[in-house]
Unconditional design. Structure first.
Length: 191
């Protein structure tokens, strides 16, 4: 007899009768212990999942978490990790969802400067070092402005989000980002 040929065996409890009667008889013999155990297990799984802290989340390539005095927040992101993607960035877009952003990644920490040429939406730019720690925040970059926005000397990543969110949530220098790009030596490493 193979795996698919298993036979179903029915055990009659209390003689002939309806299925509900057999179930009722089984419950009378066993009590509700199995059902209570299953419900308790399900409740505990949901409770543990809901109670876990934000920093216990596994890293995902399309999401970045930030933590600081404000608590923890998550943004759905696009990655710009090569020269052409970084040059294009968020140019020529009419909008950016509130919980979205773009993470610009560099292979090694370096001096970077951004501008807003052909960028139609105001942005906050969050400059980050190799450990995933925020080193500078430029708030409310003006659309279409060609003035360079210096990020610093040792920038490994830049997170662009909608203007005003950095202030609204209270992001600050020293806050940490959680993303696989920062590797196992990050201030807030992936698990």
């Amino acid at each position: 007899m193979g795996y698919g040929a298993a036979r179903r065996r029915t055990v009659s409890i209390g003689g002939q009768g309806s299925r509900a009667a057999r179930r009722s008889a089984r419950a009378a013999l066993m009590g509700n212990a199995p059902r209570r155990a299953a419900l308790w297990c399900g409740f505990m799984c949901v409770a543990l999942f809901a109670a876990r802290p934000a920093f216990a989340l596994d890293c995902a390539l399309d999401r970045v978490e930030l933590r600081g005095d404000f608590g923890a927040l998550s943004f759905q992101i696009e990655i710009a990790d090569d020269a052409s993607e970084r040059a294009q960035g968020l140019m020529n877009r009419d909008s950016l969802a509130r919980g979205a952003g773009m993470l610009f990644l560099y292979q090694t920490p370096q001096r970077v400067a951004f501008w807003m040429e052909n960028t139609l939406i105001p942005l906050d730019m969050i400059f980050v070092d190799a450990a995933g720690v925020i080193t500078r925040i430029h708030e409310n970059a003006v659309p279409l402005d060609r003035t360079p926005i210096a990020g610093g000397d040792s920038v490994r990543a830049v997170l662009e989000i909608n203007a005003g969110l950095s202030q609204r949530y209270g992001f600050a220098v020293g806050d940490e980002l959680h993303h696989p790009a920062f590797g196992p030596t990050a201030a807030w490493p992936c698990t």
